[in-house]
Design a protein around this ligand. Sequence first.
Ligand code: XMP
Length: 511
Amino acid sequence: MREKIIVLDFGGQYNQLIARRVREMGVLSEIRPYTEPIAQWLTGEVRGIILTGGPNSVYAPDAPRTGKELLDAGVPVLGICYGMQLMNVLAGGEVSGAAVREYGHTDLTVRDGALFDGVSRATTVFMSHTDFVSRVPAGFRVNATTANCPAAAFSCPERKLYGVQFHPEVNHTAEGKKMLSNFVFGICGCEGGYRAGDRIDEMIARIREQVGDGRVVAGLSGGVDSSVACVLADRALKKGQLTCVFVDHGLLRLNEAEQVMETYHRNLGLDVVYADASERFLDALRGVTDPEKKRHIIGELFVRVFEEEARKIGADFLLQGTIYPDRIESGLGGSAVIKSHHNVGGFPEDSVFSKARLVEPLDTLFKDEVREVGERLGIPRDMVWRQPFPGPGLAVRCIGGITREKLDILRACDAIYLEELNNAGLSRQIWQSFAVLTGVNSVGVMGDGRTYDQVVALRAVVSDDAMTVEAAEIPYPVLKRTMTRIIGEVPGVNRVVYDITSKPPGPIEWE
Ligand code: XMP
């Protein structure tokens, strides 16, 4: 029988990471909103439950809570941060507010307990809380402490209940993976062996079942998600059932449309319809400066263009490369605690493609799992490991209003930068790299004349998952060469700066 860990979502910012960590260990995990009745997900496959962190105080009137029966579900439960505090209160303990927040790297002293098997007695964990467990429930015992937190971990092994105040899922917790693995394997008794790549047949079967003899129009963007989704659909469906459309919204990088079309044809053998909608997109964006408005306009127009293509071929379904984080961040239908995902905004409610007409074969996979599936499907590594590129494209890298001229300048700078990074052999270590047209002009002198031209920012980040990033430490000579070339080769730019902001607080994109 298959095994599964449920991650019960109370709105914490690291919830996706918990599910990913469990999957990385080879065990399927699913995130569920706390609002959903337990009976809806507590099937025989469930081996354990993890209660996530969250921004609330457990005694607040609107705090997300579940009933006590959660603790008697018959499977082990691990509460993390808010999840531990909730478990504590449900089991009869007490939570108090501390005078100061405990935040960041914190020394943990471990006493005992199954969660800490093989973990050092003195280790570092990542804390982010103000409330703390001030009295543990009867039958519970404290397993670890920090200077400010008398119960940094507790457990009641007889009832298979465990709690940690810190976040084992983030990398800053040095031995966090070991602790999670102790829970998943040692305490829940999971066996492992889950791999996303093994789900290809299941995904293909799902597409066939949903689509039947219908016709599907697919949006290809050149990115890994839509490419993998299209190759899956191509395997699942008969000739003539699938039409892939590449919409050129005029917001692509230099020569990108040609390269993408060529790659699909040559490497994947997919016949792709090229829909040049750049005029329409640029018209719709004229004078728009608000980033959210830009996203919304682009998202909506995308779907309209697909609808038109679908009508031309009489398609009944729209195939999309939606992945699990897109769904989680948009609320998983029901959880009130998560904010709507900025990447998904713009799907028009009145689209002819109702929910039932959307084919989303990757909607339970994380990005690294999509890549694994892509490799198993034989998609070339270059495509599978392409840098992510935002759906709204250069629109969110061209600050302020968008014009063809500004886009051309941005494209030229971006191409020079990427070429220099490539020449220096740096591209592989970088999660994303790009130029931004900042919308700021600065005074300069070129030749003997005064200039008042645009400032271009260069950004390059390293990351595992786009959730936390650091600015890449690009060697200075590479930056200098890029600057010299941009100012020399791109009219209209007279200053180049490098963005060193990490995330948090600064997202990867500027808008
Ligand atoms: P941020 O800027 O939030 O971006 O750190 C995280 C990742 O998401 C990409 N991104 C987008 N992708 N539509 C997309 O399809 C969007 O509106 C969008 N905004 C950001 C960004 O490139 C990075 O990989």
